[in-house]
Ligand binder design. Structure first.
Ligand SMILES: *[C@@H]1O[C@H](CO)[C@@H](O)[C@H](O)[C@H]1NC(C)=O
Ligand SMILES: *[C@@H]1O[C@H](CO)[C@@H](O)[C@H](O)[C@H]1NC(C)=O
Ligand SMILES: *[C@@H]1O[C@H](CO)[C@@H](O)[C@H](O)[C@H]1NC(C)=O
Ligand SMILES: *[C@@H]1O[C@H](CO)[C@@H](O)[C@H](O)[C@H]1NC(C)=O
Length: 456
């Protein structure tokens, strides 16, 4: 059987192709050494390149290497590495210089702590109504605690009425939308949220989202790394999968009322524009509206940022947004030259989203592995619980990013505060810092350092 199939496949080649076409396989004459073998005399050693600032410094200094305009970026740092004749994709190398030429302090293999949403499959909505891209364990296996979705709804478009097993925390990235829910007690909730605001829907609470006149883009974070946007419970599907006689009985309606229900899900689809007056969509039953203290929205955009040395920080967690009892977040701005200080989160993994500017971070995992990642807007980062990291602004504009934790209170341990608040003798014995350095250690948590005092 196998032989005859091969014979059939070979026939067209035998009869159709010119005799000069070599066969698919060579011959055993090519095995191993022969005096007649040809050896390349191409010199791969004289690849021209110009080192970028910092590249010839000792590898352990590990300064950020800006390859964006480099003539020919090469995987070299200090005395380590060597040229790359290819094959390669220089576009990746230019924006991931810490991967191409890592600091000498990187070691071993950590989890992959980076996923660009730009590499996620985009699920397009009906009739130009929007799209959604997701990051979950399928693309980022080490990100087990949380998954994220970046979603766009054009003006008037809906994310279909739905619910899910996971909880949902959201930050509005652009524009505005109306969110609406009914909880298990029949209490209703409706609100309009704009860029910079957040919402939280507990597990199983059904909700809808409709873009207002300016359209909307928002980020969703779920408390489950294996969450998939493709597997939510949709209003269309729950109707499509009940016997029509059961629907009629359930709603006390004639069967004909369900003649036109959609056969397939709508997911993201165009809608009738929401009335500008939100009160027209305020439906209340005997249970009334959701009490203010349990609000599903928090107008984070109106919370002023707390100034730090090299930028600013805003935190939202259950202290001021009580319903969000398992998700806490910090929105961080880092000015050029500044850095979110080295820290770790003692109670949760961190799911990070880069909103603007550019950054790098080193993920350190016990006992001795470390990887440095470069981030751009639209990238997801991930730092497991108690694994240290910093986030350094590597560009010349403000860096803005979001840190999301699965915990009721946002918390972090600052390396600088820990060392600065430890008796100096212990620090000196352990780290061999000179007295001049011990004198300058700080007992305060900085959140964002400016880098202005750095003397290399
Ligand atoms: C979407 O476009 C199709 C084809 O143009 C049209 O038949 C349908 O009515 C549109 N649906 C909506 C909801 O606009
Ligand atoms: C929102 O989108 C508009 C249209 O593209 C853009 O001009 C604006 O800068 C965006 N805002 C933010 C914060 O990205
Ligand atoms: C909805 O109606 C309730 C009273 O039933 C009222 O307290 C609440 O303010 C209304 N909300 C909006 C958005 O109109
Ligand atoms: C908004 O709608 C509510 C409920 O329909 C109505 O009572 C109220 O007068 C409207 N407000 C305006 C400004 O039209």
């Amino acid at each position: 059987m196998k032989t005859s199939l091969l014979y059939l496949l070979a026939l067209p080649a035998v009869y159709g192709a010119p005799t000069s076409n070599p066969p698919l396989r060579g011959s055993e004459v090519l095995l191993g050494y022969s005096a007649s073998n040809t050896v390349s005399d191409q010199n791969t050693d004289d690849i021209p390149y110009v080192p970028v600032p910092g590249q010839t410094d000792t590898a352990d200094l590990g300064a950020y290497l800006d390859f964006s305009d480099a003539e020919s970026p090469q995987p070299m740092r200090g005395s380590t590495g060597g040229t790359d004749p290819g094959p390669r994709n220089e576009n990746y190398d230019r924006i991931n210089s810490d991967k191409l030429a890592p600091p000498g302090t990187d070691e071993g293999q950590t989890i992959n702590a980076q996923w660009p949403m730009g590499l996620s499959h985009n699920r397009l909505g009906l009739n130009g109504s929007g799209w959604a891209r997701q990051e979950n364990e399928v693309v980022m296996p080490g990100a087990t605690l949380m998954a994220g979705v970046d979603m766009r709804l054009e003006a008037g478009a809906y994310r279909e009425l739905h619910w899910h097993v996971a909880s949902e925390w959201s930050l509005v990235l652009n524009g505005s939308c109306r969110i609406e829910t009914v909880n298990e007690n029949g209490q209703t909730f409706v609100d309009d949220v704009s860029e910079g605001d957040v919402w939280f829907f507990p597990p199983g609470v059904p909700h809808s989202i409709q873009a207002l006149d300016d359209g909307v883009e928002f980020l969703l974070i779920f408390d489950d790394g294996s969450f998939s946007e493709d597997n939510t419970f949709l209003a269309t599907e729950v109707f499509a999968h009940q016997p029509k006689a059961v629907l009629a009985k359930n709603f006390d309606l004639p069967v004909a009322a369900f003649d036109d229900i959609p056969e397939d899900e709508l997911y993201i689809f165009p809608g009738t524009p929401a009335p500008a007056n939100i009160s027209e969509q305020n439906v209340t039953g005997s249970a009334g509206i959701l009490p203010q203290s349990q609000s599903y929205s928090y107008h984070f955009s109106e919370q002023p940022a707390h100034e730090a040395q090299g930028g600013s920080v805003k935190i939202v967690d259950s202290q001021t947004f009580p319903i969000s009892d398992n998700t806490a977040a910090a929105l961080v701005t880092v000015h050029p030259g500044g850095m979110r200080e080295i820290h770790w989160h003692p109670t949760s993994d961190e799911w990070t989203f880069f909103i603007s500017g550019q950054a790098r971070a080193t993920l350190f995992t016990a006992p001795s592995t470390a990887t440095t990642f470069d981030y751009r807007p639209g990238d997801v980062g991930y730092f497991p619980q108690s694994n240290s990291h910093y986030i350094e602004n590597t560009g010349d504009e403000d860096l803005v990013f979001l840190e999301v934790l699965q915990t009721d209170q946002f918390s972090d341990v600052s390396l600088g505060q820990w060392i600065g608040s430890t008796p100096k003798q212990i620090v000196a014995d352990t780290l061999h810092l000179p007295q001049s350095a011990l004198d300058r250690l700080r007992t305060e948590k900085m959140y964002v350092v400016s880098g202005s005092t750095t003397e290399i």
